[in-house]
Design a binder for this molecule. Structure first.
Ligand code: CP
Ligand code: NVA
Length: 301
């Protein structure tokens, strides 16, 4: 594993390796025997807002012995039109690794190719791989294993988070049900490419939630889609995690949210607060999972 660009391109064995190491990172936090990023300087280049991803990478890099520099894309020449391929070649000569949050997946891929240094996708319009790795780790922690479980994603089924879930379901043994209005379901070409029997996409929210081990949601309006807010909120209004839906899932089903949450939209305040411990454990696990990713990247580079 030289880069972490997507779940699509991440072999199942690498996923399992990251999850095993995440557990170790969590237990050993504060007394790590090794500091694999010692004498290293990593940059975080972000073209979109972030609380969790930025914080967990900055803290994680420091806890592994490295230095982290945060670069808002707007403050560097990238924001004024300097090409990715030039930015990548400059950064590759000065840094040991980059964590990149942006719009187009191809920009992260191009950066990785041309910089020659370990590159991590910290969210694009297509994928949010670090989120899904931390979420799988959280499900393992809470339910013993994700294997054999049913994860029901509710809401905008076409955005980055459910896309990464789809790729995870394409290579691991759990059932994924995506409940979304037809126009917010994953593209048919993507589903045809994956073509695996453990994946169901439906507009029947209640059928999807029935017997689920995990109900999972994300914002209805992803970053970059703000001009569609009103339309999306109307279109997705029936696809909310509320108490009625939770009652249809398995007893003690987990309710998960990648955050940030918009109460009264994709989840009610009541459900959010009842499941806050799971949701904030999920947020904390970003730190442990990403420390595992960083360690494995520098071990291989
Ligand atoms: N879940 C997540 O990636 O949160 P941020 O946008 O705050 O980083
Ligand atoms: N789908 C959301 C995820 C936020 C972490 C977005 O792209 O804004």
């Amino acid at each position: 594993m030289k880069h972490l660009l997507s779940i699509e391109t991440l072999p199942a064995d690498d996923i399992r390796g990251i999850l095993d190491l995440s557990a170790k990172m969590k237990v050993e936090r504060g007394h790590h025997a090794a500091h694999p990023l010692r004498h290293q300087c990593w940059a975080l280049i972000f073209s979109k807002s972030s609380t969790r991803t930025r914080l967990s990478f900055e803290v994680g890099i420091r806890e592994l012995g490295g230095d982290a520099i945060f670069l808002s894309a707007q403050d560097i020449q990238l924001g004024r039109g300097e090409p990715i391929k030039d930015t990548a070649r400059v950064m590759g000569r000065m840094l040991h690794g980059v964590v990149f949050r942006t719009f187009a997946q191809r920009d992260v891929v191009e950066f990785a190719e041309l910089s020659g240094i370990p590159t991590v996708n910290a969210l694009t319009d297509e994928e949010h791989p670090c989120q899904i790795l931390a979420d799988l780790f959280t499900i393992n922690e809470k339910l013993g294993s994700f294997e054999g479980k049913t994860i029901c994603f509710v809401g905008d089924g076409a955005c980055n988070v459910p896309r990464s879930w789809l790729w995870a379901a394409s290579k691991l043994d759990f059932t994924l049900k995506i409940a979304a209005p037809k126009s917010y379901q994953p593209a048919p070409e993507l589903l045809a490419q994956i073509n695996r029997g453990n994946i169901v996409c439906t507009d029947d929210l209640h059928a999807a939630a029935r017997e689920a081990d995990v109900l999972y949601t994300d914002v209805w309006v992803s970053m970059g889609k703000e001009n569609e807010s009103e339309y999306r909120n109307a279109q997705l209004s029936g696809y909310q995690i509320n108490q009625r839906l939770v009652a249809e899932a398995k007893p003690n089903a987990l309710v998960m949210h990648c955050l940030p949450a918009y109460r009264g939209k994709e989840i009610t305040d009541e459900v959010f607060e009842r499941h806050a411990e799971t949701i904030f454990d999920q947020a904390e696990n970003r730190l442990h999972a990403q420390k595992a990713i960083l360690s494995l990247l520098v071990a291989k580079s």
